[in-house]
Design a protein. Structure first.
Length: 297
């Protein structure tokens, strides 16, 4: 194989693999989602800040758009949005819903990611996600949170007198503790496949600040989404900023194929080149020997 032939075959292989890679986005297409609820993030209307926190719609920009932002000089940073008297109702299974948003962190070192959560709550329950589970960085972060992996919390009901206590329904498991009965704390229950999210009326977040300098957290493009009716696929795994496994595997296979192809072609070319040079050396040696014999004669 000549050097020119090797180069042609190598580039042919590269072209084939490039064409194959171009079809991967279609093969591993991400499910499209429709917005059910979109919270306003360009105005402070409806938003409430926590203690020692300032809320603004002019402090942080997401491109050319304003973003709702919260700046804290205290130990905590928190904020919430209430839907006033209007509830948001949709008869969709909770495990099909996603909470999508863009989160801005002014300084990730000032955010205590070991505590805090983002939550959507309704009639006595709350779907929440721990901030520690998100791979947030300084600046803007695209975040998608899956309801089927959220913590579902329900308030503990007051303990009734012994003579009026009712037995739990068949298959129902109580998880109350003495401390929870006294304080009214919430318990965390797993979301089941048939869990229906009927109404929500509040969005909130809270976290701790670790540094002495101010911390600003902002939200943009905040919405609850559901899979498009035309597709109705299984919802994807919850996304923080993780790489899609299918695309990652395909990329690794392509990279290995390119490396293997290059290595094989290089090995074959090197082997043939070595043989050619050996033959050329023998030929020259033979010609030299013949020339020396002629000179002696």
């Amino acid at each position: 194989m000549t050097k020119r032939s090797f180069i042609r075959r190598f580039f042919a292989l590269a072209v084939v693999l490039t064409v194959l890679f171009s079809f991967l986005p279609k093969t591993f297409a991400i499910t499209e989602y429709e917005k059910i609820i979109e919270l306003p993030t360009t105005s402070v209307s409806g938003w409430k800040e926590g203690e020692s926190v300032t809320v603004s719609a002019n402090t942080v920009k997401d491109g050319d758009l304003a973003a709702i932002s919260f700046t804290s000089n205290g130990v905590l940073i928190s904020g919430s949005y209430s839907f006033s008297a209007q509830w948001s109702e949709f008869g969709v299974k909770a495990n099909e819903l996603l909470l999508k948003t863009r989160i801005f962190i002014s300084d990730i070192s000032a955010l205590a990611k070991t505590s805090g959560k983002i939550a959507l709550s309704g009639e006595g329950y709350s779907f929440s996600w721990k901030i520690s589970d998100l791979s947030l960085e300084t600046g803007w972060n695209d975040v998608t949170l899956n309801f089927r992996t959220a913590d579902l919390s329900e308030p503990i009901k007051e303990t009734a007198p012994e003579d009026s206590q009712t037995e739990p329904a068949e298959g129902e498991e109580t998880v109350e503790t003495e401390e929870q009965e006294e304080t009214g704390e919430t318990v965390t229950l797993p979301i089941t496949a048939d869990e229906i999210l009927l109404k929500i009326n509040n969005f909130s977040f809270d976290a701790e600040r670790t540094a002495s300098k101010p911390l600003t957290v902002a939200f943009s493009a905040l919405s609850v989404c559901v899979p498009a009716e035309a597709e109705a696929p299984e919802p994807p795994e919850p996304i923080t900023d993780e790489i899609d496994n299918g695309l990652l595997i395909a990329a690794i296979i392509i990279a290995v194929a390119i490396f293997a192809g290059t290595f094989i072609y290089s090995a074959v070319y090197a082997k043939k080149e070595i043989k050619r040079r050996k033959r050329e050396a023998k030929r020259r040696k033979r010609e030299k020997s013949q020339q020396e014999n002629k000179n002696e004669e």
